[in-house]
Write a new protein. Structure first.
Length: 366
C-alpha cells in the first residue's frame, strides 16, 4: 500500500506538561531525546523562561547553546536554523510565542530532530500543533507548512504564562473560539451522518471550548490582568494551547484555514504594514465575523462584535488598520477563495464574497 496516499492524523504533542514551576522538567525531557540541546527564543521569552530552562538542562546533564531570535520565521531563517541544529545538536527547544515556536518546529523537522516547545503566552495553540506559518522578511504571510512530525513535548509553565499581558490571553481565547465556527465552514452546524467521525468529534470538542470560553472569557482576562494563576486561568491556558491544538490536529488543519484563518492569512499577506501591531487571534476574530455570515448565521455577527470588543479586541476591518473599501474587500476575496479549505466543490464563492461585507464596522445585515 502506498503510504503517501493515506490520511494520517496528528493529535499534537507527544507529552504535555502544565503547572507552576514545570520548567524544571525541561532537562529530563531533553535528556530523553538526546544529550545536546539548542535553545531558540526571543529576548522576552528567554528573559521569562530561559534561566529556568537552562538550569533544568544543566541539572539533567544536557549541554546546550542558546540563540536569541528576532523577526519573522522565513524559509531562509528556518533553513539556517536547521543547518545549525544539524551541527551536533539532538533536540531543539523553542521558547516564546507563535513565530519562534513555528520556526523551531519547522527547523526541527528539516534537521531531523525532535522539538520541545516552551510557550510564554497562551495567545495561540502553536506550541501544540504540527503546523508552522512562514512569512517574508517584512512580515507578509508566505505559506503554511504541514509538518510530518508532532511536537515531542510541550512545557507550559503557568507562572510564565500568567506573567504575560492579558491581551495575549484574550487573543488566544478568540483564536480558540474560532475553531468551532470554522469547522462547520459553510453550514450552521455539522450533521453526524454526513460528516467524517474525526471531524464531527473535533467539532463537539470545539463546541465545548467555545461554550466555556464564551461564558468565562471576561473573568479569565481579568484574572490574567491580575497576574495570578487562578484555577480558571489555568483551565484557559490548557484550552488555548492543548485542547485547541488537539482540535486542529484532528481536523488536519480544517480549523486553521477556513474563512476566519484564511482572512488572517490574507491580512498578513496584503495588509501586513497596516495590521502589523495586531495579534493573530485579534485578526482571526475579525475574520470570524465573515465566517458566521458564510455559515448562514449573519444574526450572530452583532453578538460576536460586542463580545470581541468586550475583551478589548478590534471588531472590524478598520479597527485593524485596513480601510473598508470595495477594492480591499475584493483583494481579500481573491486571496481567500484560494485557501486550502475554501475551494470547490465545498466552497461557495458568491457567498464568500458577500460574507466579507460583515467585517466592516456596522455591517450587520439581515
Amino acid at each position: 500500500m502506498d503510504q503517501s496516499s493515506l490520511i494520517n492524523y496528528k493529535f499534537g504533542a507527544g507529552r504535555y506538561f502544565q503547572e507552576s514551576g514545570v520548567l524544571s522538567v525541561t532537562g529530563a525531557e531533553a535528556a530523553r531525546l538526546g544529550r545536546r540541546a539548542y535553545i531558540f527564543g526571543s529576548t522576552h521569552a528567554l528573559a521569562a523562561a530561559g534561566r529556568g530552562v537552562e538550569k533544568s538542562l544543566a541539572k539533567a546533564g544536557v549541554s546546550f547553546e542558546t540563540e536569541v531570535y528576532a523577526g519573522f520565521p522565513t524559509l531562509e531563517k528556518i533553513e539556517s536554523l536547521a543547518q545549525k541544529i544539524k551541527n551536533g545538536f539532538d533536540v531543539i527547544i523553542g521558547a516564546g510565542g507563535g513565530r519562534v515556536i513555528d520556526a523551531s518546529k519547522a527547523a526541527a523537522e528539516r534537521a531531523g530532530v525532535p522539538v520541545i516547545t516552551v510557550p510564554t503566552t497562551a495567545a495561540t495553540c502553536a506550541a501544540f500543533t504540527p503546523i508552522s506559518l512562514c512569512y517574508t522578511e517584512d512580515g507578509r504571510f508566505d505559506r503554511t507548512l504541514w509538518l510530518e512530525n508532532e511536537v515531542a513535548a510541550v512545557v507550559a509553565d503557568t507562572d510564565v504564562l500568567a506573567a504575560a499581558p492579558a491581551r495575549y490571553l484574550a487573543a488566544g481565547i478568540l483564536d480558540s473560539m474560532a475553531k468551532y465556527v470554522e469547522i462547520a465552514n459553510g453550514s450552521p452546524k455539522l450533521d453526524f451522518d454526513e460528516t467524517p467521525v474525526e471531524r464531527h468529534s473535533a467539532y463537539y470538542i470545539a463546541e465545548y471550548i467555545f461554550n466555556v470560553l464564551k461564558a468565562r472569557a471576561a473573568e479569565a482576562v481579568r484574572d490574567a490582568g491580575n497576574k495570578t494563576c487562578t484555577k480558571l486561568l489555568n483551565d484557559v491556558f490548557f484550552i488555548n494551547i492543548a485542547l485547541t491544538g488537539m482540535v486542529s490536529g484532528m481536523t488536519r488543519g480544517k480549523g486553521q484555514t477556513a474563512a476566519a484563518h484564511a482572512f488572517y492569512n490574507g491580512i498578513r499577506r496584503l495588509f501586513c504594514a497596516e495590521a502589523r501591531d495586531f495579534l493573530h487571534g485579534e485578526i482571526v476574530a475579525v475574520g470570524l465575523l465573515s465566517q458566521y455570515a458564510y455559515n448562514s448565521q449573519p444574526e450572530r455577527v452583532s453578538w460576536l462584535r460586542g463580545f470581541v470588543r468586550g475583551l478589548g479586541a478590534p471588531a472590524s476591518l478598520s479597527e485593524i488598520g485596513v480601510a473598508e473599501t470595495e477594492e480591499n474587500l475584493s483583494a481579500l476575496f481573491d486571496f481567500m477563495k484560494e485557501a486550502r479549505f475554501m475551494q470547490a466543490p465545498n466552497a461557495d464563492e458568491k457567498k464568500l464574497r458577500a460574507s466579507l461585507e460583515y467585517v466592516c464596522g456596522g455591517a450587520e445585515r439581515a
